[in-house]
Design a protein around this ligand. Structure first.
Ligand code: FES
Length: 159
């Protein structure tokens, strides 16, 4: 009797456990994504930024390390900027913190400008002009195997 009760309990609980701990979607794999920059990151001059995009074959995205506004840690980004300012190098997701449009580098003004609603960011990612409520999100990165390669935390979406 106990054996039958046990079997019924396991059989009943299995669908609930599968629902609580679903398997990751097939073909998606988290890990460092090698990105080749137009310039070696340690050769960036102060006030200089380089744009990069997530690879598309296979489709890949970067994972935001932090967030605020429309962005949150764990959200995906399909592009970013490596920028040196005040002697410090940062790598930012391209997504505006207002509603997620892609910001563009304004080389003359040394700002990141959003084309959607006019937000502007300093090169250190902080807000220069709203409506964006908070700074740009960081991407986690480290130096790759060659001077102009960085490894950015990301996920292969596989489609
Ligand atoms: S999405 Fe950038 S200002 Fe609105």
């Amino acid at each position: 009797m106990a054996l039958i009760l046990g079997a019924v309990t396991v059989a009943g609980a299995l669908p609930i456990l599968v629902y609580l701990w679903p398997a990751p979607p097939k073909g998606q794999k988290k890990g460092p994504v090698n990105i080749t920059l137009d310039k070696a990151i340690d050769q960036l001059n102060d006030g200089e930024a380089v744009k990069f995009n997530a690879p598309t074959n296979p489709n890949t995205a970067f994972i935001m390390a932090d967030g605020g506004g429309d962005n949150a840690a764990g959200d995906l980004a399909f592009g970013g900027f490596a920028v040196k300012t005040g002697g410090k190098t940062n790598v930012f997701a391209i997504n505006c913190s207002h509603l997620g449009c892609s910001v563009a580098l304004n080389e003359a003004a040394k700002t990141f400008d959003c084309p959607c609603h006019g937000s502007r960011f300093h090169l250190d990612g902080t807000v220069l002009q709203g409506p964006a409520p908070v700074p740009l999100s960081h991407l986690t990165w480290k130096q790759g195997d060659s001077p102009n390669v960085i490894q950015v935390d990301g996920i292969v979406l596989g489609f």
